[in-house]
Design a protein around this ligand. Structure first.
Ligand code: VGL
Ligand code: ZN
Length: 210
């Protein structure tokens, strides 16, 4: 199904940052393969927003902050189960920078998330405590956008949570599957797609975006 874009559409480019690319601290397999498709998409959209994972040193989502734990294990925190990650996307570091192969000149907003030391945030809308908003819903509403299109890294974490929260915020929401790559740990990608489909997120591809 071909989707005709208009001025009420916004492309959200999720976390195309050095740490999620090959050689990075939390490299997503083939994560660099999203860059060319996203550069192509950004030329087609009238409006583009970027997200940037932006953690404090010693962030609560880092295994290094919890004695005796290993990356990719989980712990129970006040807000629920947290996957523990290698240190990544620390504020101001080269790893946290958006890839310089991404053609970002036309992006209208960069929204940073995960900057509270004690709360993670996969979603660009709502932090992991599910009560602390980032402000993105207000921004998109105030701009008059009605449809949100998501691409980037990683499909099963930040892209999925962002897309599901975009639906919760009332936007028609699309995930452009071939402009995303996943971490896919313990079946997380299948779980994420089920969650997105249950929420009414539409799964589409670059070729469908006119
Ligand atoms: C992400 C794990 C931790 C992501 C961010 O961008 O999907 N995943 N922080
Ligand atoms: Zn993170």
């Amino acid at each position: 199904m071909i989707i005709d874009l208009d001025d009420a559409d916004v492309l959200i480019v999720v976390d195309v940052q050095n740490d999620f690319l090959p050689g990075g601290a939390l490299a997503v397999a083939n994560g660099d393969e999203v860059i060319d498709p996203i550069n192509g998409l950004m030329r087609r959209f009238a409006h583009v927003v970027l997200t940037q994972d932006w953690h404090t040193p010693g962030h609560i989502s880092f295994a290094s902050s919890h004695a005796g734990t290993m990356p990719f294990s989980t712990v129970e925190l006040s807000y629920g189960t947290q996957v523990l990650w290698p240190d990544h996307c620390v504020q101001g570091t080269r790893g946290a920078a958006i890839s310089d192969r991404l053609e970002t000149a036309r992006a209208e907003l960069v929204i940073r998330k995960g900057h509270h030391a004690g709360i993670d945030s996969y979603s660009a809308f709502m932090e992991a405590d599910r009560r602390t908003p980032t402000g993105l819903a207000g921004y998109l509403n105030e701009r008059g956008f009605r449809r949100v299109f998501c691409a980037g890294l990683a499909t099963d974490y930040c892209v999925a949570w962002t897309a599901i929260d975009a639906r919760r915020a009332g936007f028609a929401t699309y995930v452009i599957e071939d402009a995303c790559r996943a971490i896919d740990m313990n079946g997380s990608l299948a779980v994420a797609w089920r969650g997105m489909e249950t929420s009414g997120v539409v799964r589409t591809a670059c070729a469908n975006i006119a």
